[in-house]
Write a protein of this length. Structure first.
Length: 522
């Protein structure tokens, strides 16, 4: 029996089957052999009166937006394949980001405090051969998804929202004036839901986003495995980003660890491509089990495992995903709007929640629901696009010759040392997945002075053309930073504009603000 199977057998409900089915999906992705779904169709006949303003398919992050829209008095229905329920494992985020829920009236201060299951300080960043960096108040809050989603569900229902649980999205037919959403077995002509706008919140493997992406393979993938366990003698601090091994199996392994409400969570993750020869999740779990004792300085026998955690996050350079159809908007993981560096899709949604809910409200008010108007709600974000180069520098090609197995560690140690020297205003936003022009320029400049050879080595690794492509995003980041204050002035001035003009002006202003990471300074 493998070390992984041995460990999984100890966990209540034995998650072996879950791991095997996640591995099948990962295999499908590498082999690119899953048929592309055909779930969205178009019909040129008008639909007439619709029952809903918004139908949201997928309830996990969908309920965040659903509750906000129901509170704006829109007629909202959520269609959820299973029961709308948060997972046991906490979502990590920083405290200041959570305040959005209170500002938007979605949680009271008391409810927010109850939703916070854990809080720790400080968090460590450490690479082999480098020195440890400690930071406070970054991704150090564990939110209890069960309580959060239940509270938002009640807020949604109290605001007049309708929740259809155990009801699966099956197909959408886009008409000029609305969308018919067929669910469950409701394919008969007069059933299904009719809506002005369909929001797809069905996650990375949403049939709608898979139809849009077609046979395209993801440009990068983040694999993650881990556990939550009791028995660690020390459990007060966390690790945000740690590596202690050289490149192994054409991958750099990274670790995260933090206190959870019922033990300590430890994750092993890596960045790679979806080449068919990449290893399985089960192999990666074996690596986790092999290295965990060294990482946490503990015997596995001392641990009482509560949960196994695993997943993979495909990401595409062409993100966020733009719908090719009118009246359909992807949000959450299905939109690919989080950075390829993080598996913080909940955090990304919270960061954009106010912008998205106000933007959707304005789009409905102004009837700006065609594909080009809606694309402004998931706009190009240079601060997201620049992160691609970091992802590339931390991954290794399947057939790449590794001449220096410590190169990634050395590069990261130099970059993080430079960021630490530049101060909190450079390091903290980056760790929270917010990239800003000033901070990035400082980090690049300082690293090229302190470690010129390490930086020069990046050029052949990335390739000259991808590097030029990256420069374009970097310059756009600078341009967006310059435009962001102008956007704020335009947004003020737009009060006298028509609803349509206001929608466009607001969305451009928001794209500049969020695309430059200036929302972090709010
Ligand atoms: C191990 C691990 C650790 C993580 N840790 C963090 C963290 O610390 N912080 C953080 O911010 N994020 C974290 N994440 C990421 C976070 O969990 C996801 O970003 C988030 O769950 C995405 O939500 P989603 O609603 O977009 O997609 P999903 O979570 O995939 O949810 C999709 C929803 O759609 C429903 N659905 C699917 N198909 C249909 C259908 N046909 N009809 C109707 N409903 C459907 C599903 O039932 C589900 O409710 C972690 C993820 C993993 C795997």
């Amino acid at each position: 029996m493998s070390a992984t199977q041995n460990l999984l057998n100890q966990i209540p409900g034995n998650p072996s089957k879950g791991l095997a089915s996640a591995d099948r999906l990962w295999r499908n992705l590498r082999d690119n052999d899953r048929p592309v779904p055909s779930v969205v169709h178009q019909n040129s006949q008008p639909l007439g009166e619709t029952d809903w303003d918004v139908v949201i398919c997928g309830g996990t992050l969908g309920i965040l937006l659903g509750a906000a829209l129901a509170r704006q008095n829109w007629r909202v229905a959520i269609v959820e394949r299973g029961m709308l329920k948060g997972r046991e494992q906490e979502w990590n985020i920083s405290r200041d980001e959570l305040q959005t829920f209170v500002e938007m009236g979605l949680l009271t201060e008391t409810e927010l405090e109850r939703a916070i299951a854990t809080e720790y300080n400080p968090g460590r960043i450490s690479f082999r051969g480098g020195s440890d960096i400690w930071v406070r108040d970054v991704l150090n809050i564990g939110v209890d998804p069960v309580y959060l989603l239940e509270t938002l569900k009640q807020r949604f229902l109290n605001a007049g929202g309708t929740l259809l649980e155990n009801t699966a999205f099956e197909e959408a037919i886009v008409h000029p004036d609305g969308v018919r959403v067929n669910v469950g077995d409701s394919k008969t002509p007069d059933s299904g839901l009719t809506t002005r706008l369909l929001i797809d919140a069905m996650g990375h493997f949403s049939p709608v986003s898979r139809q849009v992406r077609g046979q395209q393979k993801p440009d990068a993938v983040c694999l993650v495995v881990g556990t939550c366990a009791e028995g660690y003698p020390k459990n007060e601090t966390g690790d945000l980003f740690v590596s202690f091994t050289p490149i192994l199996h054409q991958c750099q392994y990274f670790w995260e660890a933090f206190p959870a409400k019922d033990g300590r969570t430890t994750y092993l993750f890596t960045y790679l491509d979806a080449h068919r020869d990449r290893f399985s999740l089960e192999f990666f779990f074996n690596e986790y089990v092999r290295l965990l004792p060294e990482y946490q300085q503990i015997d596995l026998e001392a641990l009482n495992f509560k949960r196994a955690l695993f997943g993979f996050f495909p990401s595409y350079r062409k993100s966020p995903l733009q719908s090719p159809w009118n009246r359909i908007l992807p949000v959450g993981d299905s939109s690919g709007s989080q950075s390829p560096l993080s598996f913080g899709g909940f955090g990304a949604m919270v960061r954009h929640l106010k912008r998205l809910s106000e933007g959707v409200g304005e789009a409905l008010n102004a009837d700006c629901l065609d594909r080009s108007a809606l694309s402004l709600l998931q706009p190009y974000q240079p601060n997201l696009s620049v992160t691609w180069m970091f992802q590339q520098t931390m991954s290794v090609g399947v057939n790449e010759t590794v001449t220096d197995p410590d190169s990634i560690d050395r590069l990261l140690a130099s970059v993080f040392d430079a960021m630490q020297d530049a101060g909190d205003e450079v390091l903290r936003p980056f760790l929270k997945d917010v990239v800003q022009f000033g901070s990035l320029s400082q980090a690049l400049f300082r690293t090229s002075i302190s470690a010129p050879l390490t930086v020069t080595n990046i050029v052949p690794k990335i390739g000259i053309f991808p590097l030029l492509g990256w420069m374009r995003h970097y310059l756009n980041l600078g341009a967006y930073s310059a435009l962001s204050p102008i956007g704020e002035a335009i947004a003020d001035w737009s009060k006298t504009a028509s609803p349509q003009q206001r929608y466009y002006l607001h969305q451009w202003a928001q794209a500049w603000q969020y695309g430059s990471g200036r929302d972090y300074d709010r």
